[in-house]
Design a protein around this ligand. Structure first.
Ligand SMILES: O=C1O[C@H]([C@@H](O)CO)C(O)=C1O
Length: 234
C-alpha cells in the first residue's frame, strides 16, 4: 500500500482552530440568530431545541476530534494520553446524550413525531455506536482491561471504528443543519439567501476541512507519536 501523506504544516493547530471556530459558530447561531437556549421554557419551546445542535456539534465533532488526536497532542506518558482520550470521549458521550434528551423533550412538548427523518436515524445510530465503542474501549483498554492478545486484536478495530464514527458524526451534523435550514425556509422563518441560511451553510462547509484535517492528522506519519498504532503494550 502507498505510504500515508505526511503533513508539512501545523495540522494539530489547524484542527484546534477549525474546531473552536465550529464550536463558536454553533453557539453564535443558537444565541444570536435563534434567541438563546433553555433546558425548559413555557413560552418558547424552540429555546429547548437550540441546545441540541450546540451539544451535539461540540460533543460528537469537536471534542471527539480532540479526543481522537489526544494520543498525538497530549504530552507525557501513554497512560496520561489514554486518560485524556477516554475522559474527553466520556464528555462527548455525555453531551450527546443530553443533546438527544433536549430534542426529544422539544418534540414531546410541541407534539412533533420522533425519529421520522434521516437525520434522526443517523444521529441515533451515531449515539448508540459511540456509546458501545466507549464502553468496549473502557472495558478492554482501561478497566478491568482485556488480555494482551484481546487488546492487540481490538485496537485496530477501535481505531477504524472510531474514525468511521467521527465521519458519521460530521455527516449527521451536516444533515441536521440542512434539515433545520429547510424547515425554517418552508415555515418562512428565514429566506433562502438570508444571512442565517448562508451562515448555516458555511458552518456545514467548515466541517468538511475539519474532518479532512483530523483524518490527515491521524494517518500522517511523523506528526506526534504513533506508538499507539503500533500496538505497544504499555
Ligand atoms: O491497552 C492497550 O492495548 C494496546 C496494546 O497494548 C495492545 O497490544 C495499547 O496500546 C494499549 O494501551
Amino acid at each position: 500500500m502507498a505510504a500515508a501523506p505526511a503533513a508539512r504544516f501545523p495540522v494539530f493547530g489547524l484542527v484546534r482552530l477549525l474546531g473552536l471556530a465550529a464550536a463558536a459558530a454553533i453557539v453564535v447561531w443558537a444565541v444570536h440568530f435563534r434567541g438563546g437556549m433553555a433546558l425548559s421554557s413555557e413560552t418558547d419551546k424552540l429555546l429547548i431545541f437550540n441546545v441540541h445542535p450546540v451539544l451535539m456539534l461540540i460533543g460528537l465533532v469537536v471534542l471527539n476530534g480532540e479526543a481522537i488526536l489526544a494520543y498525538k497532542t497530549v504530552p507525557g506518558t501513554k497512560k496520561l494520553k489514554k486518560l485524556v482520550h477516554l475522559a474527553l470521549q466520556f464528555l462527548a458521550m455525555l453531551l450527546s446524550l443530553i443533546g438527544l434528551w433536549t430534542v426529544w423533550k422539544f418534540h414531546d412538548e410541541r407534539q412533533i413525531d420522533h425519529l421520522y427523518t434521516l437525520h434522526s436515524w443517523l444521529g441515533l445510530a451515531c449515539i448508540i455506536f459511540f456509546s458501545l465503542q466507549w464502553a468496549t474501549g473502557f472495558y478492554t483498554f482501561w478497566y478491568p482491561g482485556g488480555s494482551r492478545s484481546g487488546r492487540a486484536s481490538l485496537l485496530p478495530w477501535h481505531v477504524f471504528f472510531g474514525l468511521f464514527l467521527y465521519v458519521l458524526a460530521i455527516a449527521t451534523s451536516v444533515s441536521g443543519l440542512l434539515e433545520k435550514s429547510i424547515f425554517m425556509q418552508s415555515a418562512k422563518m428565514i429566506g433562502r439567501f438570508s444571512t442565517e441560511a448562508m451562515f448555516m451553510n458555511s458552518l456545514g462547509m467548515l466541517l468538511v476541512p475539519l474532518g479532512a484535517l483530523v483524518i490527515l492528522a491521524v494517518v500522517s506519519p511523523g506528526v506526534g507519536k504513533i506508538d499507539t498504532y503500533r500496538g505497544s503494550s504499555e
